[in-house]
Design a protein around this ligand. Structure first.
Ligand SMILES: Cc1cc2nc3c(=O)[nH]c(=O)nc-3n(C[C@H](O)[C@H](O)[C@H](O)COP(=O)(O)OP(=O)(O)OC[C@H]3O[C@@H](n4cnc5c(N)ncnc54)[C@H](O)[C@@H]3O)c2cc1C
Length: 344
């Protein structure tokens, strides 16, 4: 027996099958609630339950305190209904027009741009256009059924190829394969099962607000897709691009960002390095990348922020921009690159 979920304030409703999460039921019905990781390790799908019973599932204390739970807040990617429910959440109309599909993909090219960063080009099926909003991500479905998420670094292309930027996490199941040596290494022509497009991290193109793009490490990938999209449309919106890494070499495509800054009068690029060594000869900005934003832009009211990368950076930026710089919490869009190790 399925349960009926009604979303307020829209009044839209959808059915959730037994054992399914509220978020998955909504996505199946083409209703997109805000979400990112789908595994209870970020807080993008946090929302309020107004009526009904549910199993809240797993949610770390730092994302959902006991006080939050008592007030009816939950993570919709984890919450499983035990009755009909009424929930409060906004909906993202823009993403609901693209169907999420499972499909095979083929590795078209592998380019190691740093010791620990691989650019992977994937060929998606050519039977129909592979549609997504720049900023969204795909999930690889591994042989054991587990999944790994990677953001598309390019806007949709006519040849249905996508570019991914994958950072090696030593000991990690999937990235050890991507960077592996010998017979177990990922190779061109390898077939991988994919589900896509996913996530609600994409440009709000109905706005003319100036934008901070904030990336750490391979969090640059979806930001690159957003900027390439803005270049295609000829947008004149003001962009302050901050990209942080521990060492200068972590900013693996800084020449590209510098090129954008040279030929886009509306874009500034500020690279920030947190752990420069004397041999790096670094003379640029230092410290935490989100702190550099606060130093330069102490008043973020009227801005939109698009942040991507390390979960700690994404959460600190959300908190500090809202509390210290007056950013509207609704104007903060983020994908935290959480991994299984973040699941407590
Ligand atoms: C929305 C989203 C988008 C993302 N986009 C990108 C992207 O564009 N580029 C990118 O590089 N990454 C991205 N990620 C992260 C990516 O999905 C993977 O989590 C990451 O690549 C690690 O995968 P893995 O299989 O190699 O590691 P896993 O096997 O998942 O392990 C992760 C790390 O944790 C360690 N570990 C595993 N289990 C434990 C444990 N029990 N205790 C302690 N440590 C443990 C491993 O050694 C490894 O270092 C994204 C994540 C999300 C949620």
């Amino acid at each position: 027996m399925s349960f009926k979920i009604t979303v307020q304030p829209s009044g839209h409703s959808f059915d959730v099958q037994p054992g399914q999460s509220v978020l998955d039921g909504a996505l199946n019905a083409g209703i997109v609630l805000p979400y990112s990781c789908r595994n209870g390790t970020c807080s993008s799908c946090r929302g309020k339950v107004l009526e009904g019973d549910y199993d809240a599932g797993r949610a770390p204390e730092q994302l959902l305190s006991q006080q939050d739970r008592d007030a009816g807040f939950t993570l919709f990617c984890q919450a499983k209904p035990a009755s009909d429910m009424v929930i409060e959440s906004h909906e993202i109309r823009m993403a609901s027009d693209i169907q999420i599909r499972k499909m095979p993909s083929r590795v078209a090219a592998l380019e190691k741009v740093r010791d620990d960063v691989m650019i992977v080009r994937l060929q998606m099926p050519t039977s129909e256009p592979f549609r997504y909003y720049p900023g969204q991500y795909l999930e690889f479905i591994l042989k054991d059924g587990s999944r790994r998420s990677y953001s598309m670094a390019t806007p949709p292309r006519e040849d249905n190829q996508v570019e991914l930027h994958i950072r090696h996490m030593p000991g990690g199941v999937f990235t050890d394969h991507v960077f592996g040596a010998g017979a177990t290494a990922m190779k061109e022509r390898e077939i991988l099962r994919v589900e896509a497009p996913l996530g609600s991290f994409f440009l709000r193109e109905d706005s003319t607000a100036p934008m901070v793009f904030l990336a750490s490490g391979t969090g640059f990938a979806p930001i690159k897709a957003l900027i390439e999209r803005l270049r295609q449309t000829g947008s004149r919106r003001e962009i302050a691009l901050y990209w942080g890494g521990r060492r200068p070499r972590d900013l693996y495509q800084s020449e590209l960002a510098e090129q954008w800054a040279a030929d886009m009068p509306n874009l500034r690029f500020i690279p920030v390095v947190s752990d420069a060594q004397p041999e790096d000869g670094w003379t640029g900005r230092t410290g935490f990348v989100h702190q550099a934003v606060l130093q330069d832009l102490p008043d973020l009211s009227g801005w939109q922020v698009y942040a991507c990368g390390a979960p700690a950076m994404v959460e600190s930026a959300r908190r500090d921009f809202v509390e210290q710089a007056g950013l509207d919490p609704e104007a903060y869009f983020a994908d935290a690159f959480t991994s299984l190790a973040d699941v407590k």
